[in-house]
Write a protein that binds this ligand. Structure first.
Ligand SMILES: Cc1cc2nc3c(=O)[nH]c(=O)nc-3n(C[C@H](O)[C@H](O)[C@H](O)COP(=O)(O)OP(=O)(O)OC[C@H]3O[C@@H](n4cnc5c(N)ncnc54)[C@H](O)[C@@H]3O)c2cc1C
Length: 376
């Protein structure tokens, strides 16, 4: 977002604590839980392609995705998403278990169905962040937020920084930073974890979301692709990072590898673990906008496991709001003001991901999501 403001001539300072971005690429998918999200990912794709042109390099690699559903009934609930993916220019096929086995060589239960297509990319987020940090003015340090008479300012390295706009964009740390400033945000933070898996298996060719056994895999996106890949299982309901690290342990690796061996019994071992904090809004859609009861504090957050998909598009739209411009797409699903008179749950179930459209959404989930085959 700093980049979008800077290219329009605004004076922007980023405060960053130096925590390294993920070593591996992140998945960018067109398989998303709402038509609104699909529109935002189109923006995101435009931004990534623009960066590729501007920085004369490639940030995106296209992979074949497999979404595996336990039965026909669960597939039915997801089917309304397919026209939107096709609309994004991607060929998508739906296989029964026999066809899926013939095409992928993986093992499926008789009742399972698979959505197959090149609708996922790996994005070199680390390289993008490094390039942008080279362009923008950065202060290295841990920021704290203060509010005085509705005006937000930042303390970092014993220095006070003020601005026409202060943007809180600290991912899984937003909630605590705001709480210390006396603000309650409509967000819940928790841990998420993944493992690098070494093994020559058919799994490493695909970006897999396995909704029967509840894990995902994706290629490394580098020279290690033939012998290694990333696998994980979504989220852990604790916001204590040390606890997340403890839970990314041997028994987690055994469970994950055991699940994957049901698809391909090849030898696999786990290597480096990755884990961090992420956050979700009470209704599971991201949040952007000016924080109520403040004059100049803006928030962008709630990206759960989808930051690489919705993040750049919504950062672009928030930068327009800050500049006093109209958004280029309808962003009402993400507007922070939707929580002004909100009476729903103030917690989330991080084990339910918005992409798990085959399971009923928990109470309080955004009305923007596709619902049981009907569009919201
Ligand atoms: C293991 C794992 C796998 C994932 N896989 C995917 C994937 O494949 N695809 C996908 O789209 N998403 C994925 N995600 C989720 C994705 O990482 C997040 O959605 C995304 O990073 C959120 O972006 P953000 O900018 O809001 O927050 P972050 O990326 O967390 O950025 C916030 C930054 O603020 C810094 N910070 C925090 N507090 C302070 C402070 N007080 N002062 C200064 N700096 C501070 C942090 O160090 C961090 O660098 C994954 C997450 C994990 C942990």
């Amino acid at each position: 977002m700093g980049y979008f403001l800077k290219i329009e001539g605004y004076d922007v300072t980023i405060i960053h604590n130096g925590r390294k971005p993920p070593l591996v690429d992140l998945v960018f998918s067109n398989m998303l839980p709402s038509p609104s999200d699909v529109r935002v990912t189109k923006e995101t794709m435009r931004i990534y392609r623009g960066f590729e042109e501007e920085f004369k390099t490639t940030f995106l690699k296209n992979y074949v995705a497999l979404h595996i559903y336990p039965n026909r009934e669960s597939l039915k609930l997801v089917e309304p998403v397919i026209p939107d993916i096709v609309d994004a220019g991607v060929r998508v096929r739906v296989f029964d278990s026999k066809e899926a086995n013939e095409v992928t060589g993986l093992i499926y239960g008789d009742d399972e169905y698979v959505i197959h297509g090149e609708y996922e990319y790996l994005v070199s987020i680390r390289r993008i962040i490094n390039i942008l940090h080279g362009i923008l003015d950065i202060i290295r340090g841990t920021a704290s937020l203060k509010i005085e008479n509705g005006n937000a300012y930042v303390l970092v390295n014993n220095e006070k920084l003020t601005g026409d706009a202060v943007v809180l964009a600290a991912g899984g740390w937003n909630v605590e930073i705001a709480r210390e400033a006396g603000l309650k945000l409509p967000l819940v933070n928790y841990g998420t974890r993944a493992l690098a898996i070494i093994g020559r298996t058919r799994l490493n060719k695909y970006s897999i979301s396995d909704y029967t056994y509840d894990y995902y895999t994706r290629p490394m996106g580098n020279l290690l692709d033939p012998i290694a890949f990333i696998a994980g299982d979504g989220n852990v309901k604790t916001n204590d990072l040390r606890q997340v690290r403890r839970l990314t342990n041997k028994s987690y690796a055994n469970w994950l590898i055991g699940s994957m061996k049901k698809r391909d019994p090849s030898m696999m071992i786990s290597a480096i673990a990755g884990y961090s904090l992420v956050e979700m809004a009470y209704d599971y859609e991201p949040v952007i906008g000016k924080v109520p009861n403040t004059n100049n504090l803006y928030l962008i957050g709630g990206f759960d496991g989808y930051g690489a998909k919705l993040g750049p598009g919504l950062a672009f739209e928030l930068s327009r709001l800050i500049m006093g411009l109209k958004p280029t797409i309808d962003i009402s699903c993400y507007d922070i003001n939707r929580f002004n008179n909100y009476e729903g749950p103030h917690d989330v179930d991080p084990r339910w991901e918005p992409v798990m459209l085959y399971l009923p959404a928990p109470s309080g989930a955004s009305p923007c999501f596709y619902k049981g085959g009907l569009r919201a």
